[in-house]
Design a protein around this ligand. Structure first.
Ligand SMILES: C[S@@+](CC[C@H](N)C(=O)[O-])C[C@H]1O[C@@H](n2cnc3c(N)ncnc32)[C@H](O)[C@@H]1O
Length: 187
């Protein structure tokens, strides 16, 4: 769920710390594809690749990503604002399970997901507005449903929190946003 390229794209942040970082973006929106070349500005020591694929096809994603990433070594899977487009929770859990099962110990799963358990009625109204006026439709999930995506993983501190409060560091204390965020490590 790449989203439109912006400042500090994932590969830029990663390669700022580790110039040899290798990053594969995945999205199914043709508009994002149009902008993909802005994502392919890797540091020479590393690599970035863009895959046009649906999150519902984890086998294709793994097969294609495996051309750029060494999937025998730990991988960080970032699913930020994407599982909310997979409306069936069992299907969403199945996608996460397939991706994480294919990756070795030490791999990480980074998740953010909208919820109506934070942000109250304002967030419910915002999500309703989206579903009445935009596509694809979106769903919120409870803390219990969100936690189920992390089953079998060791959830890093500070656990499941409003994503603006996940290690806010010198930026904290951050206002709460209506999205859960968490990072899990495969044991
Ligand atoms: C809300 S944006 C999130 C962007 C970015 N990850 C972030 O957190 O800022 C969701 C992205 O997921 C993509 N997306 C939605 N449904 C998808 C699907 N079924 N498969 C792949 N990408 C999808 C959209 O095209 C969009 O670029």
């Amino acid at each position: 769920g790449t989203g439109l390229p912006t400042a500090d794209n994932t590969h830029e942040v990663a390669q700022h710390t580790a110039p040899d970082a290798r990053v594969v973006y995945v999205d199914n929106d043709p508009i994002v594809l149009e902008h993909a070349r802005s994502l392919l500005t890797s540091a020479p020591e590393g690599a970035t690749e863009y895959v046009e694929a649906d999150a519902r096809d984890p086998e294709l994603i793994l097969r294609t990503a495996g051309r750029t990433l060494d999937l025998r070594r730990p991988v960080a899977v970032m699913m930020l604002g994407i599982l909310n487009f997979v409306l069936d929770t069992d299907e969403a859990r199945g996608i996460v399970t397939k991706l994480m099962e294919a990756l070795p110990s030490g791999s990480h799963l980074v998740l953010t997901h909208p919820t109506t358990e934070l942000g109250g009625e304002g967030n419910e109204a915002a999500m309703r507005f989206w579903n009445e006026n935009a596509t694809p439709p979106i769903t919120a999930r409870s803390r219990t449903e969100f936690a189920s995506f992390l089953d079998g993983l060791d959830v890093l501190e500070p656990g499941i929190v409003s994503c603006s409060r996940w290690r806010a560091g010198s930026h904290g204390p951050a206002p709460e946003v209506a999205q859960f965020g968490a990072v899990g490590r495969k044991p």
